[in-house]
Design a protein around this ligand. Structure first.
Ligand SMILES: CCCCCCCCCC(=O)SCCNC(=O)CCNC(=O)[C@H](O)C(C)(C)COP(=O)(O)OP(=O)(O)OC[C@H]1O[C@@H](n2cnc3c(N)ncnc32)[C@H](O)[C@@H]1OP(=O)(O)O
Length: 144
């Protein structure tokens, strides 16, 4: 069986909306950290590994104005046992623009029981039995 590992990468775009602002006209740092976390987390789907964020170290390098498109690029740097190390950047002004935010993350592989034991079991079981992989993934994303 083929298995994705180190070097796996994803790109994503996140448009900063007025609802995402902290200071007037500027993105809230927590929302930017969420965008980084969600992009990094999607790497684990490519590994076909269930994992949770254990550590997320974020650098805020430039302010990100509302209506800006944040161009995210995330990749796995190492996999060691249950630990998945990954890194991401968010650029503004285009995919090759200056880095506005970056993060290094450590995800820890868990069993689905982690969510059943600590979350809402009925919803977790319903999501996991959904044959539609996209809907299943959406059940574990930030709710709008
Ligand atoms: C199909 C289903 C798909 C589901 C997708 C999921 C998407 C949703 C993802 C999230 O919502 S993440 C939400 C935010 N994160 C959390 O809520 C995690 C909360 N933390 C925990 O539940 C536990 O701390 C955790 C499962 C991460 C680890 O507990 P464990 O008891 O399983 O592991 P343990 O403490 O034995 O640590 C295992 C290894 O990881 C290391 N480690 C764990 N937490 C760490 C940390 N925070 N920083 C550094 N290292 C850490 C730890 O040192 C150890 O290293 P070694 O193997 O080398 O000894």
């Amino acid at each position: 069986m083929a298995r994705a590992g180190e070097g796996v990468s994803v790109t994503a775009e996140f448009t900063v909306q007025p609802a995402h602002q902290g200071a007037p006209g500027l993105a809230h740092g927590g929302v930017l950290a969420t965008a980084l976390d969600e992009t990094l987390g999607s790497l684990n789907w490519l590994l076909r590994t269930i994992a949770v964020t254990g550590r997320l170290e974020t650098d805020f390098v430039r302010p990100v104005p509302v209506d800006t498109v944040l161009h995210l690029d995330a990749r796995i740097t190492a996999v060691h046992g249950r630990k998945i190390y990954s890194t991401a950047t968010g650029r503004i002004g285009g995919p090759e623009g200056p880095v506005a935010v970056r993060a290094d993350a450590l995800f820890i592989e868990v069993k689905v029981d982690h969510f059943i034991d600590n979350g809402r079991p009925a919803e977790i079981r319903a999501a996991m039995s959904d044959p539609d992989q996209v809907r299943r993934a959406r059940a574990f994303e930030v709710n709008p």
